[in-house]
Write a protein of this length. Structure first.
Length: 235
């Protein structure tokens, strides 16, 4: 009976721990036709420029190896966990790697400043946790700042792609923030976009921004859309 209680307690702890741990940004699990669990790479959101696709794939891959590249008895950890065991130097190295390999790369996707600040805050929490000896390193492996930041980037770019694929009149996000079509080069095609090639870089979201401003002035209503993306962008 005691063994059964311990087993249940461990299972309950693992489930609670999982709820505080972000999912792997690079791989997802699925069950094949034979009932076996397997892994496959996650798809990139549709409607993105080749530049944004490349940035997102790179950030996801880096976050995976920094946070979840290894597994022992079902516990996944990455290079940040291993390096963090080196006193002081390890924590500083982790902070530098988290920023240079993930956040700085993500910034190339023309993200709004508030999203960058959110990513930096995740790294700050990670650095603070890492200063606590031993227990801090374990919590660092659970917090996984790089995976959190990769998911922030994924969600933001997913909305950007959705906005580009919509008809202009159906768009619901502030184009000056989301920038649908950002990174598209002249003549570049986007799968699922009926309008064909993009004539000029960024012209789509700039034109929409002007239209929204003109519409707000005419109606005299203050929409408040310019303060950021909708709540579904960052829950």
């Amino acid at each position: 009976m005691d063994k059964l209680a311990k087993k249940y307690g461990k299972h309950l702890f693992e489930k609670n721990l999982e709820s505080y741990t972000p999912k792997d940004p690079l791989y997802e699990e699925y069950v094949d036709d034979h009932g076996k669990k397997r892994r496959r790479r996650r798809e990139v959101p549709p409607g993105l420029s080749k530049r944004d696709e490349k940035i997102l794939r790179s950030v996801k891959k880096r976050a995976h190896y920094l946070d979840k590249g290894f597994s022992i008895c079902g516990f996944r950890f990455g290079w940040t966990f291993i390096i963090g065991f080196i006193p002081v130097v390890g924590d500083l190295t982790d902070a530098v790697l988290n920023y240079t390999l993930v956040v700085r790369k993500a910034k190339k996707a023309e993200l709004p400043s508030w999203l960058i600040h959110r990513m930096v805050m995740n790294n700050a929490v990670s650095a603070g946790i890492g200063l606590v000896p031993i227990a801090g390193d374990v919590m660092l492996a659970v917090w996984k700042a790089n995976s959190r930041n990769a998911w922030l980037l994924d969600e933001f770019l997913r909305i950007r792609g959705e906005e580009l694929l919509k008809a202009s009149v159906a768009r619901s996000e502030n184009p000056s923030v989301v920038k649908p079509g950002a990174g598209l080069e002249s003549g570049e095609k986007v799968a699922g976009k009926n309008s064909g090639t993009i004539k000029s870089l960024g012209s789509l979201w700039r034109r929409k921004a002007v239209d929204d401003t003109a519409g707000t002035s005419t109606s005299g209503e203050v929409t408040g859309k310019g303060k950021g993306t909708s709540s579904r962008a960052l829950a």
